[in-house]
Design a protein around this ligand. Structure first.
Ligand code: ARG
Length: 478
């Protein structure tokens, strides 16, 4: 196809470089949808005869049905998904198939396909990040959430926290991710279809109608921008990188937490492996794999931006290289988040023995501040007292109040050194470690999760209805 004016077929190696059929498999459903909507518009505007339009649409629907049943493969012979569909259509319905490509170009087609497929992928990512948040919230709200463990700075015991605050904080990050994915999706609101190769068309297309049928708010404002804009792909890869950074942080919580001696997390059997050599091993491989995904994710963001760098405005073939990067990025991110959601939901969150009983030292300094001392003086004196104590007592041994009051006569007699489980309740500042604040945190995260989920569901149903109207089997989009 498209080579009649040349004296030779495309060079064999060149054809391999040129082909995008492997990654285009993911575009088949949206490509058919776009073509059906385009053909209906061509008929409705009288650009092609109504009978041709009807035959084209019927033919495209048979291809969609076969594709959904796994009976339609893309042929590398035909370069990309667009030429595959067109060639197959003409093979099935004959001459009318030759009218489908009226008033469009593969340039506006691929831009439309990417917008449609990204909208779908982002919905999936919204669902997956909300699911991770939900798993964490369930654990935070259960009895494990009320137990107390070390909060770490520098991966060292810092101040004691409710497990619920740690889990709720990870959940908050994933809710922010769901919100970020949603904002990016909602910005994909303009239809590139009808922009042609670069400059639009002299034929009387109805771009509003095709935009509406594909669920966009409007047609794009510039044909020139429409065929070259890949911002949504970059946005999505950025959001994937952030979500996977959050995932890597939670995965690290699991890797470190399940370290013998730390023992604050126990992963369920479904998410650990053993060694092929050492039968005693219980390895957190899946948490490690999730932790690793953020690396390639950041690489994909940089790769995508680099493909786009310094391209003239308008379609350039370089853009084809951005496509598999984006498609792989959303796929890997979704997979990692889905694994993490189940891993987090099935893990148990435990209370290891206290390793440092002095984490309440800040409470002593604060009590001295309340007694009128400058904080720096209090910090110095508590520090000196602790280093002296380290010579005599085990780090894990509870701090004795009689010793404390002897060292700090300024302390009011009712001041007691916080025990390991009492510590979080002392810090009552808003957003701090007291249960009152943690409960608020969990309520806020859950409220935002629900809002995100409702928005996602609404949009999912809206798109399903549009696809049903176009006669596209839903299975093509699963
Ligand atoms: N396969 C191309 C891509 O993925 C589609 C557009 C090709 N346009 C062209 N003029 N060769 O970007």
């Amino acid at each position: 196809m498209l080579r009649d004016r040349f004296s030779a077929p495309l060079d064999r190696a060149a054809a391999a470089l040129s082909s995008s059929v492997v990654e285009d498999r993911a575009l088949l459903g949206v490509d058919l949808w776009g073509s059906i909507v385009h053909a209906e518009m061509l008929g409705a505007t009288g650009i092609i005869p109504k009978t041709s339009s009807r035959r084209i649409v019927a033919g495209l629907r048979t291809i969609a049905r076969d594709a959904a049943a796994g009976r339609f493969e893309l042929d590398p012979e035909h370069e990309d998904v667009h030429l595959n569909v067109e060639t197959e259509l003409t093979r099935r319905i004959g001459a009318d198939g030759e009218r489908l490509h009226t008033a469009r170009s593969r340039n506006d087609q691929v831009a439309t396909d990417l917008a449609l497929v990204l909208r779908e992928s982002l919905l999936g990512l919204e669902a997956a990040s909300a699911r991770v948040a939900d798993s964490l919230l369930r654990a935070a709200r259960g009895s494990e959430g009320r137990t107390v463990v070390d909060g770490w700075t520098h991966t060292q015991p810092a101040q004691r926290l409710y497990w619920g605050q740690i889990l709720g904080t990870h959940a908050l990050r994933f809710v922010r991710d769901a919100e970020r994915f949603r904002r990016i999706r909602e910005r994909i609101d303009s239809s590139p279809l009808g922009s042609g190769a670069i400059a639009g068309t002299s034929l009387p297309v109805d771009r509003r109608a095709t935009a509406r049928a594909l669920g966009f708010a409007r047609p794009t404002a510039s044909s020139l921008d429409a065929v070259s804009d890949r911002d949504a792909g970059s946005d999505a890869l950025y959001a994937c990188s952030v979500a996977l950074l959050h995932a890597s942080s939670l995965a690290e919580e699991f890797v470190l937490g399940s370290l013998p001696g730390v023992d604050r997390v126990r992963l369920s059997d479904g998410f650990v492996t053993t060694s092929s050599l050492m039968p005693h091993k219980r390895n957190p491989d899946l948490a490690e794999l999730v932790r690793a995904e953020s690396g390639p994710a950041i690489g994909r963001l940089v790769s995508h931006l680099t493909v786009l760098k310094a391209l003239p405005v308008g379609y350039q073939r370089d853009l084809q290289l951005g496509k598999p990067i984006v498609l792989e990025g959303v796929l890997r991110t979704r997979l990692a988040l889905e694994v993490l959601a189940r891993m987090a939901g099935e893990a148990s969150y435990r209370v290891p023995p206290v390793v440092d009983a002095a984490t309440g030292s800040v409470e002593v300094a604060d009590a001295l501040v309340r007694a009128g001392l400058p904080f720096r003086t209090a910090h110095r004196r508590v520090g000196a007292w602790l280093s002296q104590r380290e010579g005599t007592a085990d780090r894990a041994a509870p701090v004795r109040n009689d010793e404390l009051h002897r060292a700090f006569p300024e302390l009011p007699s009712e001041f007691l050194f916080p025990g390991a489980v009492e510590e979080p309740e002392r810090r009552t500042s808003a957003g701090g470690s007291a249960w009152r604040s943690v409960r608020k945190l969990l309520a806020e995260v859950d409220g935002r999760r629900r809002i995100a989920e409702r928005a996602r569901l609404r949009e999912t149903l809206r798109l399903m209805r549009l696809r049903r109207a176009a006669g596209i089997p839903e299975r093509l989009f699963e």
